[in-house]
Ligand binder design. Structure first.
Ligand SMILES: NC(=O)c1ccc[n+]([C@@H]2O[C@H](COP(=O)([O-])OP(=O)(O)OC[C@H]3O[C@@H](n4cnc5c(N)ncnc54)[C@H](OP(=O)(O)O)[C@@H]3O)[C@@H](O)[C@H]2O)c1
Length: 281
C-alpha cells in the first residue's frame, strides 16, 4: 500500500506551535511544500511558515482550505466554532483533522456539517522534536482512507494510538497531552535534588535529562515491563531500593494517579461553548 498522504494537499488553520511541528515534520520527511498551506492572523507566524518552512501562508483561512484534501484545525479551542462557521466552500469535501483540546466531534460536526469527515486528535509538544505521542478518534462518517491519512500525518511526528471511543481522548489528554509537563517537573526536581546533594547545576541538569531520556528509551527498546527494569537495578539493601523506599513513602504513585485524574476531569468537564475562558487551552 502506498503512503496515504501521497497526492494529498494539506492546509493548516492556525500556524502556531503545533501546526509548525506537524508541517515541519512533513517537510523534513520530503512532503512537497507546494502541497502545504497555512493561515494565521499573526504576521510573525506567517513569516515562520513562509520563510523557515517554505510554506505558502495567508491571513485568510479560506487560503488553507481551498484545494486542500486535508484541513488541520490548529487554533485554540475557544476559536474553533467561530472560525469553522465562517469558512466558505463545501464542508463535506476535505477531511478535517482537529487538534483542539476538548472540542468534541459533535461540536465540530455542528460547526461544519453532520456528514463532514472528521478526525479529532490529541498530540503533545514533543511532536516538535519528532517524539510526540498522539491519540485520535475518527467520526463515524470518516472513511478508512481518512483514518490512515490521519495516522500517517501524526506518525510523522511520533507514535500514534487510535482510541476505540472518543471519550477516551480525555484520558489521553491526562496522560500524554499534559504528561510532558509532569515529566518536566520531575526533571527539574531531580536536578534540584542533585544540586542539594552537591552537584554543579549544569551537571545535575544534564544527568537528570539524560536519565529520563535513557530510561524511556530502554523501556521502549527492550520491550520489558518497567517493573522488571526497576527490579534489575534495585539490589538487596542497595542504594536504589533506599531511594525507591523514599519515593513510595512520599506517595509518588498516588501523586501521578491524582495528576492524571485532575487533567482528565478538566478535559471532561470543560465542554463550554466558544467563549473565552470556557474551554481547555
Ligand atoms: N501545544 C500543545 O501541547 C498541544 C497539544 C495538543 C493539542 N493542542 C491544541 O492545538 C491547538 C493549537 O495549539 P498551539 O499550542 O499550536 O497554539 P498556538 O501556538 O497559540 O497556535 C494557534 C495559532 O492560531 C492562530 N489563530 C488565532 N486566531 C486565528 C484565526 N481566526 N484564524 C487562524 N488562526 C488563528 C494564533 O494566532 P494568535 O497568536 O495571533 O492568536 C496562533 O498562531 C490548540 O487547540 C490546542 O488545544 C496543543
Amino acid at each position: 500500500m502506498g503512503n496515504p498522504l501521497d497526492d494529498k494537499r494539506i492546509g493548516f488553520i492556525g500556524a502556531g506551535a503545533m501546526a509548525e511541528a506537524l508541517a515541519g515534520a512533513l517537510v523534513a520527511s520530503g512532503f512537497p511544500k507546494d502541497r502545504l498551506a497555512a493561515s494565521d492572523p499573526d504576521p510573525a507566524r506567517r513569516e515562520v511558515f513562509q520563510t523557515s518552512l517554505g510554506i505558502s501562508s495567508s491571513e485568510d483561512n479560506n487560503h488553507a482550505v481551498a484545494e486542500s484534501d486535508i484541513v488541520v484545525v490548529a487554533v485554540k479551542p475557544d476559536k474553533v466554532r467561530s472560525i469553522l462557521t465562517r469558512l466558505k466552500g463545501d464542508p463535506e469535501r476535505p477531511l478535517w483533522i482537529s487538534i483542539a483540546a476538548g472540542v468534541t466531534l459533535d461540536r465540530l460536526k455542528a460547526a461544519l456539517s453532520a456528514s463532514a469527515r472528521i478526525v479529532r486528535a490529541m498530540p503533545n509538544t514533543p511532536a516538535q522534536v519528532h517524539a510526540g505521542a498522539t491519540g485520535f478518534c475518527p467520526s463515524s462518517t470518516a472513511k478508512e482512507a481518512d483514518v490512515e491519512a490521519a495516522r500517517a500525518l501524526f506518525e510523522s511526528v511520533g507514535s500514534v494510538w487510535q482510541a476505540p471511543s472518543e471519550d477516551l481522548l480525555d484520558a489521553v489528554t491526562g496522560v500524554s497531552g499534559s504528561g510532558p509537563a509532569y515529566v518536566f517537573v520531575f526533571i527539574e526536581a531531580l536536578a534540584d535534588a542533585g544540586v542539594r546533594q552537591g552537584l554543579p547545576r549544569g551537571a545535575a541538569h544534564d544527568l537528570a535529562c539524560q536519565t529520563v531520556f535513557g530510561a524511556a528509551k530502554l523501556v521502549i527498546e527492550s520491550g520489558m515491563h518497567p517493573a522488571q527494569l526497576k527490579d534489575r537495578v534495585a539490589s538487596p539493601g542497595g542504594t536504589t531500593i533506599a531511594g525507591l523506599e523514599r519515593l513510595e513513602a512520599c506517595g509518588l504513585r498516588g501523586a501521578i494517579f491524582s495528576a492524571v485524574e485532575g487533567a482528565t476531569n478538566r478535559s471532561r468537564g470543560l465542554r463550554g461553548p466558544d467563549q473565552p475562558g470556557k474551554g481547555p487551552r
